[in-house]
Design a protein around this ligand. Structure first.
Ligand code: GAL
Length: 347
């Protein structure tokens, strides 16, 4: 009996060992292949801080296109739930709840208030749904809370140095192109983005610093915070043109939309057509303005790789594939898209 009992127990143990080996093999094979071979469809929840923002719209459109292309190529289904947070952080927080209840596999979040990501991080961690933040960078403290948090954006200092270099190169080639009245000083006005956005301060600082480093003699006439917005910038410029007639020679803008607003004000007033304007973003409208000679230059943030990386990371996370094997990341969680200058020479 005992022997038989022993034999029975032995058989059970053997079966258990085989079972474990089989289980481990399945898990190992899954990890090897990636879950991607298992799932036919994934669901991604995307929330943008403001639907009308021109640059974010360009990004969103590119993301949708890349998703469609991926579906065409792989035959898999990607459900994209895109929502507008209407510049309201509590609306965005509720959208995250909704995405989680819909069973989204990963979230792509363009924070309304970049300093308020902790609430979203809490929700995501509790539901084990990874997050790719983009364009509005959460503070490091929040980013470090979990290993399933990523950020995709463009380096603000790099954008600004490129913007400053466009101007310094033009000045070196022909000082009169910026110093319109030839008095030895380039007088500029400055249009800034939202005060709490990581890009605004850094872009302003490094555009000006680059001009100083390149010994372009500059003097600030005035400036204002126009929150990335075309009409706010246009209103500022209209007022400045009246307030400082014949003084402004250059408009340095933290982004293209505000640069285009300044151009619109100049066109309305019909004065000082030679005033140079520079932006950042290379939105379709800005590229058209560069081609037409209205905008002196802008900075291209490689929207294809910007949007493509948001999708690549989200897709890998959703399938359980390794992000690191697909995208090269700084510190394991940051991606900065490559940038370059765009001027009339490019057309
Ligand atoms: C900046 C961009 C702006 C605006 C802003 C929104 O990177 O240059 O045009 O879109 O992001 O967060």
């Amino acid at each position: 009996m005992r022997k038989r009992g022993k034999l029975y127990m032995g058989t059970i143990s053997l079966l258990a060992i085989f079972g474990m080996i089989a289980g481990i093999t399945v898990l190992w094979t899954r990890a090897e292949k990636g879950e991607s071979e298992m799932k036919d469809s994934i669901r991604l929840g995307v929330s943008v801080y403001r639907w009308e923002d021109a640059f974010v719209t360009t990004l969103r459109t590119e993301l949708e296109e890349q998703v469609k292309e991926y579906e065409r190529q792989t035959g898999k289904k990607v459900i994209l739930d895109i929502m507008d947070a209407k510049e309201n952080q509590s609306i965005q927080n509720s959208q995250v709840d909704r995405f989680i209840s819909l069973g989204c596999d990963a979230l792509c979040i363009n924070m309304v208030d970049r300093s308020a990501a902790s609430n979203i991080v809490d929700k995501a961690m509790a539901a084990d749904v990874p997050v790719v933040f983009f364009n509005r960078e959460p503070v490091e403290e929040d980013m470090d809370r979990w290993d399933k948090l990523y950020y995709v954006g463009a380096d603000a200092k790099e954008s600004a140095v490129i913007q400053g270099t466009i101007l310094a190169d033009a000045y070196d080639e022909n000082p009169g192109s910026l110093d319109l009245n030839g008095d030895g000083v380039v007088k500029y006005v400055l249009l800034e983005g939202e005060s709490n956005h990581q890009d605004s301060l850094v872009r302003t600082e490094w555009s000006i610093q680059t001009l100083k480093d390149r010994q372009v003699p500059i003097e600030k006439v005035t400036g204002g915070i126009a929150n990335w917005d075309r009409s706010q910038a246009s209103a500022f410029m209209e007022q400045w043109l009246k307030q400082y007639p014949d003084e402004i020679e250059l408009v340095i803008s933290n982004n293209d939309e505000m640069a285009l607003g300044a151009i619109e004000a100049m066109e309305r007033s019909g004065v000082m057509k030679d005033i140079k304007v520079v932006g950042i973003d290379a939105t379709p409208a800005a590229l058209e303005a560069v081609e037409e000679g209205k905008l002196m230059g802008t900075v291209n943030q490689d929207i294809e790789s910007y949007a493509g990386t948001i999708f690549d990371i989200a897709r890998c996370l959703a399938y359980g594939d390794s992000v690191e094997e697909t995208v090269e990341l700084e510190g394991g969680k940051y991606y900065r898209s490559p940038q370059k200058a765009v001027t009339a020479k490019d057309f």
